[in-house]
Ligand binder design. Structure first.
Ligand SMILES: [Fe+2]
Ligand SMILES: [Fe+2]
Length: 254
């Protein structure tokens, strides 16, 4: 199919809004990258995104502990231009994955919450899950090299990785069964940890020959290069955490 309608799909993650809730990362107040980020992000969206475009928000939307603590955050997200798709992050306490349907019933048509199955954008299938990766604790030597890690934490991480692998596998399978040849995966966690060069997520991306893997979650200069960026085994990987992008949504598809 050929599309020439001027539409684009953008992505960004980690808005970490807190209009009604307790800000858990105090650095958000003092770090210049986070200063006034709500206003700067909205201005960038209004300058770049039209109502025909799609904006995928890749998790960690709000610090709210439940839906009522997120109301103003959702009002802010609703006020952004374009079709808004939200995926789950590790801080999204308002979102029980098993209740995604109820969330969609409550917020349609303004917001779409993507967890199981897929959504379409032109001839692409968009699939999403939170993902997971082992984030330590690691033990370092004096040169800062990793010489060991917490094995109990690693075992726990493996369980979460497996749950997320099952979720994304089902969505990938349903997209393929329905004939989609072009797929974009949205994870919240990076696809690999700092000690991995590949993972179940990169292998699935290769197995399903997906076009792109988009992820967020990595905050601060020291974390921006924790995982894969750019082309790797034919797949394009992009980090889209808001502070990494300085609150400019990244164009993913034309
Ligand atoms: Fe985050
Ligand atoms: Fe996160």
């Amino acid at each position: 199919m050929n599309y020439n309608d001027g539409m684009s799909l953008y992505a960004i993650g980690d808005l970490h809004l807190h209009y009604q809730s307790v800000l858990k990362a105090k650095a958000q107040l003092s770090d210049p990258l986070w200063k006034d980020h709500e206003r700067r992000f909205k201005e960038n969206c209004e300058r770049m995104i039209s109502d025909k475009d799609t904006l995928v928000l890749v998790g960690d939307h709000s610090w709210g502990k439940n839906l009522s603590e997120c109301e103003e955050d959702f009002a802010y997200i609703r006020s952004l231009p374009g079709r808004k798709i939200l995926t789950r992050g590790n801080h999204d306490m308002f979102w029980d994955a098993r209740k995604t349907r109820q969330l969609n019933e409550q917020f349609q048509p303004d917001l779409t919450f993507l967890q199981d199955g897929y959504l379409t954008y032109k001839d692409y299938a968009l699939v999403a899950t939170k993902g997971h990766t082992f984030e330590g604790p690691y033990y370092l030597n004096q040169k800062g090299q990793i010489i060991g890690w917490d094995e109990e934490a690693e075992q726990q991480a493996k369980k979460l990785v497996e749950r997320e692998r099952l979720r994304i596998s089902r969505s990938l399978e349903s997209a393929r069964k329905d004939g989609f040849r072009k797929i974009v995966i949205f994870l919240h966690y990076p696809p690999t940890s700092v000690i991995e060069s590949d993972s179940v997520f990169t292998k699935l991306a290769e197995q399903y020959d997906v076009s792109q893997v988009i992820y967020a979650h990595c905050h601060g200069e020291r974390r921006f290069h924790d995982s894969i960026q750019g082309r790797y085994r034919g797949i394009k990987y992009s980090l889209v955490s808001g502070d990494y992008l300085n609150w400019v949504p990244k164009k993913i598809l034309d």
